[in-house]
Design a protein around this ligand. Structure first.
Ligand SMILES: [Zn+2]
Length: 404
């Protein structure tokens, strides 16, 4: 080892190599600092007088599988200019960190390919140190997302962890990046985002959300100029939920045992796309039988198939006529579930048809949601909420393939 190897191999400059100790599984390099290079860490003055020293140890880049520890007696100096007495700054490590900057960079490089646990084992440091290094990197890159360029957003809540824990996400539909992670769901989860968005001066054209009153109110209040687009998949899912309820009610009301038998187990057949029905399992025939026996179910089922077509029309005008026709059919069906749903669509028709002005949806958030689920499965629980949030901001980059 030499002073110049310290520089070229370990990125440590401005220190002298003193000696090497060989300890079990590792190497310990002792460094010293030339008193002439000491500066006041507060004002940068070179007019300093020595006031003792305090030894510190740092983890450095390993040599092969050997751990490397750097030991440096850090001079304490009294400054002739500002009068303070303090330790001089360490050039190769961040304040209060027990590892060098190049060690931290190496941890980040390994983190692209390995889990936190694997990196920790490989380098012989704690899980918490690897996590801390990742967290600082994420904080630096994602701590304050730039919002000024935003034009089109998707907002939705996703469930995280057990129980009913939610986070509300705002996605930039152009880049796919998460712009906000709010605790919980509903209005409060977005308060902070609106504040930052206003300050950024961004001009939002359109926002995709579901039809929940909280989002409608929030967007209308905070972005009165933006077009609100109701997400097509949420509308269809809502209908499918109602269809399942209807089938269950009909099953419960059915007195005839054959009738009951036929309705039993048809829930998935009703929700399946017709082209996905499996002839080998007799699914078409079973569905047809259930529909034939039950007029209300058949009406609802055919309206379900039609509903998806609202978003497949030539243009907005045709879509509007199509939607109105759907609503009229549902209203005249005499089936309470369909009448109620028609009412919902009437109330929200504007935001449904806005799809033809801005063909956006919250669909991309579904992809983000899946990535978060995968990430959480790999992780040893995200007890650190801030870390989880930062991970979510970084998720579209997939810079860290794994978390665990
Ligand atoms: Zn000073």
């Amino acid at each position: 080892m030499s002073t110049s190897l310290l520089y070229h191999g370990f990125g440590i400059r401005g220190y002298r190599y003193a000696k090497t100790e060989y300890v079990e599984g590792g190497l310990v390099f002792h460094l010293t600092q030339d008193p002439k290079t000491c500066r006041c860490s507060a004002c940068g003055s070179s007019k300093v007088a020595p006031r003792g020293e305090g030894e510190r140890r740092f983890r450095g880049l390993p040599i092969g599988s050997k751990r490397v520890t750097l030991v440096l007696p850090i001079p304490r100096v009294a400054c002739g200019d500002c009068g303070l007495v303090r330790q001089v700054a360490v050039g190769f490590a961040e304040p209060r960190r027990s590892y060098t900057k190049s060690f931290a960079r190496y941890v980040l490089e390994l983190s692209r390919l390995m889990t936190i646990k694997d990196v920790a084992i490989h380098l012989g440091v704690s899980w918490d140190i690897v996590k801390e290094i990742q967290k600082q990197d994420l904080q630096r890159r994602f701590g304050k997302p730039q919002l000024k360029h935003l034009r089109r957003l998707a907002i939705d809540e996703i469930s995280v962890g057990k129980g009913h824990r939610y986070v509300t996400l705002v996605l930039d539909l152009e880049s796919g990046a998460v712009m906000h992670v709010g605790e919980g769901k509903g209005r409060d989860a977005l308060t902070h985002f609106w504040k930052r968005l206003r300050a950024s001066g961004a001009k939002i054209e359109a926002v995709a959300t579901d039809m929940s009153p909280a989002y409608i109110e929030a967007v209308m209040t905070n972005l009165p100029q933006a077009t609100l687009v109701f997400d097509r998949f949420h509308v269809i899912k809502l209908f499918n939920d109602k269809l399942s309820d209807l089938r269950r009610d009909l099953h419960r009301q059915a007195t005839d045992s054959l009738h009951k038998q036929v309705l039993k187990g048809t829930r998935w057949l009703l929700l399946k796309r017709p082209e996905n029905l499996d002839p080998a399992r007799n699914e078409q025939a079973r569905l047809a039988e259930a529909l034939q026996l039950n007029a209300p179910l058949a009406t609802a089922y055919y309206l379900k198939e039609d509903l998806a077509e609202v978003w497949e029309q030539e243009d907005q005008e045709t879509a509007q006529a199509f939607l109105l026709d759907w609503i009229l059919q549902a209203e005249s069906s005499g089936i309470r579930m369909l009448i109620n749903f028609a009412k919902t669509l009437r109330l929200h028709a504007h935001g449904i048809l806005a799809y033809y002005d801005y063909p956006i949806s919250t669909g991309p958030l579904e992809g983000t949601n899946n990535k978060i689920k995968t990430m959480k499965r790999q992780a040893y629980g995200f007890r650190d909420q801030d870390f989880l949030k930062l991970k979510i901001y970084a998720i579209h980059e997939s810079k860290y393939a794994l978390v665990g």
